[in-house]
Write a protein that binds this ligand. Sequence first.
Ligand code: CU
Length: 135
Amino acid sequence: MIIRTLVALALAALAASACATASAAQLPTHIGIRIHYSHFDQTKVDVPMGVPITFTLINDDPIDHEWLIGDEAFHARHRAGTEAVHGDRPNEVSLPPFSVKTTTLTFDKPGPLTFICHFPQHEAYGMVGVVMVKP
Ligand SMILES: [Cu+2]
């Protein structure tokens, strides 16, 4: 019984260390983010640096939303921006009611980037999330 307990503890320790040393290569490269009642269902996502990451964005709401990802300077521009519709750039996705869109981005710098819906009051309501790019 004691031996069995020790084996279980050893396996648990092994599993814990495997998690702690998980490399960026083990992080997902396909991320699904669903919007429902004007909230993103994921607000903290870890992705690896330097490889293409595909985001599937699902708008379950009967109203328009958008998914804009970038640094603080990028979001400062968009808060003051007048572009009603996005779509030419992979980091700026317009999401009509009940739509699904896919975009692929490769992040070349480690650190956090924020994704926000910049429709009036949506950011204040909580449509904000973070993608953490891991080296
Ligand atoms: Cu929105």
